[in-house]
Design a binder for this molecule. Structure first.
Ligand SMILES: Nc1nc(=O)c2c([nH]1)NC[C@@H]1CN(c3ccc(C(=O)N[C@@H](CCC(=O)O)C(=O)O)cc3)CN21
Ligand SMILES: CC(C)C(=O)C(=O)O
Ligand SMILES: [Mg+2]
Length: 269
C-alpha cells in the first residue's frame, strides 16, 4: 500500500461542530517555529494583527498592513500542518465595502493558503461577512473589545460594564452568526455577557477575557509564555520564558567577556 495520506488540516465544519462538545484550543503564532509548537496542541492558530505590537513594536494594531499579515501568514502555514490557520484582516483592509473586503481577503487566502480570515465588528460588519462567506471565504468574527477601535473606544477598555449595553453585544453575535461566520471571538467583556452571547448563537464562541463557558479560548502566545512585559488581567502566564531568556543572554554576555566562550568543543581544530 502507498504511504499514509498527509494529515488533513482541521476544517471549518469541524470547528463549528465543536460547540457544546469539546473546548476549542486556540493560540496566536506569527512565525514558523512558534506555529510548529502550537500546531502540536491547538485546533486553531491565529495570525493575529497583535503581531504589530508584539513583533513590530507598534503602539496599537492600527499600523498593521496586509503585506505584514501575508508575510507572517505564509511563515505560520509553513510551520504548521494540522491546525486551522486563521489570519486577521488588518485595519483599513475590509471596512470600506464588502467588495474591498473580498478583494483583500482573497489575496490573504490565495497568497497564504490559510483556512479562514478574521475581522472585527458586529452587526455593522454582517453584510461584509455574508459577502465573503457566500464567495468561499470562511470568516471568524470578533466582537466586544475590538482593538482596531482603540481610538474611538479611548483605549483597550473592557466592554459591557453596564448591563444596559448587553443587548447590543448579543445582537452583534447573532448578526455575525446569521451572516455565516463559523465562529466568533468574544474579547474583553463581562463574564455574564460572554455567557449570554455563548447561549445566544449556534456557532462556537472563542473567549479572551470573556468566560470559561465560551466554546474555546484564545491568548496571545507571547503573553502566556511570559515573553511580554505588562499584560492584560485576562492573561495567565503558563510559562516564564522572558526571565529565562534574560538569564541565558546574561550568561552568554558573561562567557564572551571572560573568554570562556567559545570552548574546545565549540571550535574547529
Ligand atoms: N500582547 C498582546 N496581547 C493581547 O491580548 C493583545 C495585543 N497584544 N494587542 C492587540 C490586543 C490589545 N489587547 C488588549 C490590550 C490591553 C488590555 C488592557 O490593558 N486591559 C485592561 C482593562 C482596562 C479597562 O477595562 O479599563 C486590563 O487591566 O486588563 C486589554 C486588551 C488584546 N490584544
Ligand atoms: C487576541 C486575538 C483575538 C487577536 O485578535 C490578535 O491576536 O490580534
Ligand atoms: Mg486581532
Amino acid at each position: 500500500m502507498s504511504a499514509q495520506a498527509p494529515v488533513r488540516r482541521i476544517t471549518v465544519p469541524q470547528i463549528a461542530a465543536a460547540k457544546g462538545a469539546t473546548p476549542i484550543v486556540a493560540l496566536t503564532a506569527y512565525t514558523a517555529p512558534m506555529a510548529a509548537l502550537v500546531d502540536a496542541h491547538a485546533e486553531v492558530i491565529l495570525v493575529g494583527d497583535s503581531l504589530g505590537m508584539v513583533v513590530h513594536g507598534l503602539p496599537s494594531t492600527i499600523g498593521v498592513t496586509l503585506e505584514m499579515m501575508i508575510l507572517h501568514g505564509q511563515a505560520v502555514m509553513r510551520g504548521s500542518s494540522r491546525a486551522m490557520v486563521v489570519i486577521d484582516m488588518p485595519f483599513g483592509s475590509y471596512e470600506e465595502s464588502p467588495e474591498q473586503a473580498f478583494r483583500n481577503a482573497a489575496r490573504v487566502m490565495g497568497e497564504t493558503g490559510a483556512g479562514a480570515v478574521k475581522l472585527e465588528g458586529g452587526a455593522r460588519m454582517a453584510p461584509t461577512i455574508r459577502f465573503l462567506v457566500e464567495r468561499g471565504i470562511p470568516v471568524m468574527a470578533h466582537i466586544g473589545l475590538t482593538p482596531q477601535a482603540t481610538n474611538t473606544m479611548g483605549g483597550f477598555k473592557t466592554q459591557g460594564r453596564d448591563p444596559a449595553t448587553w443587548p447590543a453585544f448579543v445582537e452583534d453575535a447573532r448578526a455575525v452568526a446569521d451572516a455565516g461566520a463559523f465562529s466568533v471571538v468574544v474579547e474583553g467583556v463581562m463574564e455574564a455577557l460572554a455567557d449570554q452571547i455563548t447561549d445566544a448563537v449556534a456557532v462556537p464562541t472563542i473567549g479572551i477575557g470573556a468566560s470559561a463557558r465560551c466554546d474555546g479560548q484564545i491568548l496571545v502566545l507571547d503573553d502566556m509564555l511570559g515573553l511580554s512585559g505588562r499584560v492584560p488581567r485576562f492573561v495567565r502566564k503558563f510559562g516564564d520564558l522572558g526571565p529565562q531568556a534574560d538569564q541565558a543572554i546574561a550568561a552568554y554576555a558573561g562567557a564572551v567577556r571572560d573568554r570562556s566562550f567559545p570552548a574546545e568543543a565549540e571550535l574547529y581544530r
